[in-house]
Design a protein around this ligand. Structure first.
Ligand code: PRP
Ligand code: URA
Length: 207
């Protein structure tokens, strides 16, 4: 899988268009985020390991392939929670960790206020964080998870800025990024332009 995948599925663009729309209310924003996350997570997991098995259809036995290996999802609080539901629906056996990070509005530096994760070694770890802006939060999250044993980390985001992609790839060249859009850049207060505003505020109605 390439280090940066900008998902070009027409449905992803369609859903992102409404997420970007400033008039979209939180109730609809949450539905759109979930649906877009489904598309992104499918892309981020397209190379999961599988193994052969056999099943009996109503007509005969047949060879099938089933998932082989464990997936861990780690939403970055708060905004990453908006991407979590599709992961648990698509992968019922997923283990879930939580990383609480907050970006200081003045310095744009993230601090960690919570981290609870399952065993990470040998598992595919999906970090869920919708906005890759300066890349500080995503890079910090990847460092924390690697300290806990993660070796196969993928970042699922909705909108990425080139600055964030560059920072993440410099700090963590092994981490794959799957996003619905690569935007123009950051404004002078660290928001992605055109972006969609503050994802957490729009998701939770805290504007
Ligand atoms: C947002 C977003 C990312 C981070 C991205 O979180 O969800 O985690 O900013 O910015 P960066 O790439 O410059 O680090 P925020 O700190 O606003 O917290 P929230 O999810 O609680 O709203
Ligand atoms: N966090 C957000 O929610 N939006 C941005 O544009 C940047 C960081």
């Amino acid at each position: 899988m390439p280090q940066l995948t900008v998902v070009d599925h027409p449905l992803a663009g369609h859903l992102l268009a409404s997420l970007r729309d400033r008039t979209t209310e939180p109730e609809r924003f949450r539905v759109l985020a979930r649906n877009l996350a489904t598309v992104l997570v499918l892309e981020a997991t397209r190379d999961l390991a599988t193994r052969g098995s056999r099943v009996a259809t109503p007509l005969s036995d047949t060879d099938v392939r089933v998932l082989d290996g464990d997936v861990v999802a780690v939403p970055i609080l708060r905004a990453g929670l908006g991407l979590l539901d599709p992961v648990t629906e698509l992968f019922p056996n997923v283990r879930i960790g939580y990383a609480g990070l907050e970006r200081d509005e003045a310095t744009l530096r993230p601090t960690s206020y919570y981290l609870k994760v399952p065993e990470l070694a040998g598992r595919v770890v999906l970090v869920l964080d919708p906005m890759l802006a300066t890349g500080g939060s995503a890079s910090f999250a990847c460092s924390l998870l690697k300290e806990r044993g993660a070796t196969q980390v993928r970042l699922v985001c909705v909108v990425a800025a080139p600055e964030g992609v560059e920072r993440l790839h410099a700090d963590h060249p092994d981490v794959q990024v799957v996003t619905a859009a690569l935007d123009d850049g950051l404004n002078d207060v660290g928001y992605i332009v055109p972006g969609l505003g503050d994802f957490g505020d729009r998701l939770f109605g805290t504007l």
